[in-house]
Ligand binder design. Structure first.
Ligand SMILES: Nc1ncnc2c1ncn2[C@@H]1O[C@H](COP(=O)(O)OP(=O)(O)O)[C@@H](O)[C@H]1O
Ligand SMILES: [Mg+2]
Length: 263
C-alpha cells in the first residue's frame, strides 16, 4: 500500500440533516464532508447527540440527508445495499434463530445456495470463536458472544464497507478489549473499509488510522487526527508514548465539545 494513493470508497459531500421534532426543527448535521479511502479504518468520537448515528445511518442508507450527497464507489447512495454492512450496539439478532441461522440469514436472502451459505456462516462463526455455539440461541449467549454473532453476520455477507455504531458500547471492559483485538486482527486479514463510532477515546485510537472528532450539535467535523501507530496493535500499544500523546490531545478536544453540550 505504501506510496500508492488508495481510491475513495465513501465520499460524504456537504451533508446536512434536520429532523422535525415536537420541539421544532433539530439540525443534527450541518455541512459534513469526509472522504473515506478504501480499506481505511476510521473511528468517530464526539459528544452524545452530535449526530454520529445520524451520519452512520445516512451512509448505511437507512436515513436520507436533507441536503448533500453520499457516494459509495462513486454511486450515489439512495438506500441500503449489501456492499455496506451494519453492526449496531444492540445486537439485533433474531431470537428464534440459532447462531448459525442468524449468520446465514442474510446470505440466503442474497440468494446464496444453502450449502455455500452454511460453509460461509461456519467460517465466520469460527473467526469469532463461536464454533462450539453454532446451535445455541441468542438467549443462551452472553452480551459479548451476541456481539460476536453480529460481527460474524456482517462479515459473512462480505460487504466492502463495515459501519459500526458503538458495537462494544454495552460490553464490560474485558470483553470489549478482547473484541477490539479480534476486530483489529480480522481487519488486518480481510481489509475492509471500516467506519466505527465510539464514545471511548482509547478505543478510537487503538482501532483507527484516523480519528474523526465531531463537534457538539449541530454536528460537523471538527478535526481529523491521523494515528500513525503501526499495526499490529494490541493492548500494550495503550502504554506507548505515541498512544498517550494522541489520547491526551483527542481527549482535550472532545472535552471542549462536551462542555459545549452542557452550556
Ligand atoms: N428520528 C429522529 N427524530 C428527531 N430527532 C432525532 C432523530 N434521530 C436523532 N435525532 C436528534 O438528532 C441529534 C443527533 O442524534 P444522533 O445522531 O443519534 O447523535 P449521536 O449518535 O451522536 O448521539 C440529537 O439531537 C437527536 O435527538
Ligand atoms: Mg449514537
Amino acid at each position: 500500500m505504501a506510496g500508492k494513493e488508495r481510491p475513495i470508497k465513501v465520499k460524504i459531500d456537504n451533508v446536512m440533516k434536520t429532523y422535525n421534532s415536537r420541539n421544532g426543527e433539530v439540525i443534527a448535521l450541518n455541512g459534513v464532508n469526509l472522504d473515506i479511502k478504501e480499506n481505511e479504518f476510521i473511528t468517530v468520537v464526539g459528544p452524545s447527540g452530535c449526530g454520529k448515528s445520524t451520519l452512520l445511518n445516512i451512509i448505511a442508507g437507512l436515513e436520507k440527508p436533507t441536503s448533500g450527497t453520499v457516494y459509495c464507489d462513486n454511486n450515489k447512495i439512495i438506500g441500503t445495499g449489501t456492499e455496506r454492512g451494519v453492526v449496531f450496539q444492540q445486537y439485533a439478532l433474531f431470537p428464534w434463530l440459532t447462531v448459525k441461522g442468524n449468520v446465514e440469514f442474510g446470505l440466503k436472502i442474497q440468494g446464496i445456495k444453502k450449502k455455500e451459505a452454511e460453509e460461509l456462516a461456519l467460517k465466520y462463526i469460527k473467526m469469532v470463536d463461536l464454533e462450539d455455539f453454532v446451535d445455541h440461541y441468542p438467549k443462551e449467549l452472553s452480551g459479548g458472544m451476541k456481539q460476536r454473532v453480529a460481527i460474524a453476520r456482517a462479515y459473512a455477507a462480505n460487504p466492502s464497507v463495515l459501519l459500526m455504531d458503538e458495537p462494544f458500547g454495552a460490553l464490560d471492559a474485558q470483553t470489549r478489549t478482547q473484541l477490539q483485538e479480534e476486530l483489529l486482527h480480522t481487519w488486518e486479514k480481510e481489509q475492509k473499509t471500516c467506519f466505527f463510532i465510539t464514545h471511548d477515546v482509547d478505543e478510537a485510537i487503538i482501532l483507527g488510522q484516523k480519528v474523526v472528532i465531531m463537534s457538539a450539535r449541530p454536528g460537523r467535523i471538527k478535526e481529523i487526527v491521523e494515528i500513525n501507530i503501526p499495526y499490529p496493535r494490541n493492548q500494550e500499544t495503550k502504554i506507548t508514548k505515541e498512544f498517550l500523546d494522541a489520547k491526551n490531545y483527542i481527549w482535550s478536544q472532545v472535552y471542549k465539545e462536551y462542555l459545549e453540550v452542557r452550556k
